[in-house]
Design a protein around this ligand. Structure first.
Ligand SMILES: [Zn+2]
Length: 70
């Protein structure tokens, strides 16, 4: 059962909550189109990376916190 978080744009769910690292997962829209719209916005300010616990790319780190220096 996914935890549902309500926000302005609609319900967000934390993906794959069976993962031991699920607390680090970013809540995100469940719908395909909604997810891509959301991910497009997120990608402008966040770096997406793979979760060590489940192997899914569901962790988003703000650029200012991520080590993205070239
Ligand atoms: Zn995970």
């Amino acid at each position: 059962m996914n935890r549902i978080i309500l926000c302005g744009g609609g319900p967000l769910v934390v993906p794959n909550q069976d993962c031991p690292n699920a607390a680090a997962h970013e809540p995100q829209p469940a719908g395909y189109v909604a997810w891509h719209q959301w991910a497009g916005r997120m990608a402008q300010t966040h770096k997406q990376r793979r979760c060590d616990g489940c192997g899914l790319h569901n962790i988003w780190t703000p650029f200012r916190m991520a080590k993205t220096d070239k």
